[in-house]
Design a protein around this ligand. Structure first.
Ligand code: URA
Length: 247
């Protein structure tokens, strides 16, 4: 936090307004009501100046990302695209989808080449670390097409935990979304990010994955976003992502 008497830094209500929280007047009211904290300290009184590049600002406990050049975006990764920013062999990779951008972007975790769906790209290294680290508990949801029918105890077994590489791994939720003759579409939510984790878990309960799509990371949904398209996150969903990641 910057000293309120100092001339360096930017006034907190201006930083909040620029981050889209509301008008400067509305932001002053939030400060007055004790709803704003900077670096963990509730701000009492107006006039505080902060460095928006480094300050951790929260409103009602929700993180407000304020670093000007920070960008977080969603790619709906198509099947067959490698999760790497550059491929020496020239194979299709996620870097191709952001080739025109100036930021130094990287992918947050990985999806297998044959997995589709929601992949976050950002230049915020801390956010990326927090989302991928299991201790911060950002949930990821997948839709998997598997051979059916699904036995009644599959959900219970997955929730109880499956031994994967000497570690018991469990899902938060499991649901059969659609049962077709000979196959099923299932939805799985888990906090784990280990290599091939969904495929390995489903394989171990007798349902090898035929198609896998990630539909959600924390509060961010894939929704109707077209395969191969990019969407830059802002506003409430971006704040919720930072908060979910424990930042
Ligand atoms: N689990 C998998 O098996 N593959 C992915 O791409 C992501 C999660």
């Amino acid at each position: 936090m910057t000293d309120p008497r100092s001339e360096s830094g930017i006034r907190l209500q201006k930083v909040l307004a620029q981050a889209g929280i509301g008008s400067r007047r509305a932001c002053e009211e939030l400060i007055e009501q004790g709803r704003v904290s900077v670096d963990g300290n509730v701000v009492r009184g107006q006039g505080l100046r902060v460095d928006p590049e480094t300050a951790a600002i929260h409103v009602d406990g929700e993180r407000v990302p304020t670093a000007a050049d920070t960008v977080v975006m969603v790619l709906n990764k198509p099947r067959g695209v490698l999760t790497t920013m550059h491929d020496d062999l020239g194979r299709p990779c996620v870097g191709d989808y952001v080739a025109g951008r100036n930021e130094r972007l990287f992918h947050v975790g990985r999806l297998d080449a044959d997995t589709e769906g929601l992949l976050l790209l950002t230049n915020d290294g801390l956010l990326s670390q927090h989302i991928t680290h299991p201790s911060h508990g950002v949930a990821k949801t997948y839709l998997a097409t598997v051979p059916g029918p699904i036995a009644r105890d599959v959900g219970r077994r997955l929730k109880a935990g499956i031994m994967i590489d000497d570690r018991v791994t469990s899902v938060d939720s499991f649901a059969v979304v659609q049962a077709l003759p000979g196959s099923a579409l299932v939805e799985i939510t888990l906090h784990e990010g280990r290599h091939h984790i969904v495929k390995r878990m489903m394989e171990s309960v007798g349902h090898p994955v035929e198609r896998l799509v990630r539909t959600r990371v924390g509060p961010v949904l894939l929704d109707q976003q077209r395969p191969g398209s990019i969407r830059v996150l802002s506003g409430p969903v971006l704040r919720a992502l930072y908060t979910d990641a424990g930042l």
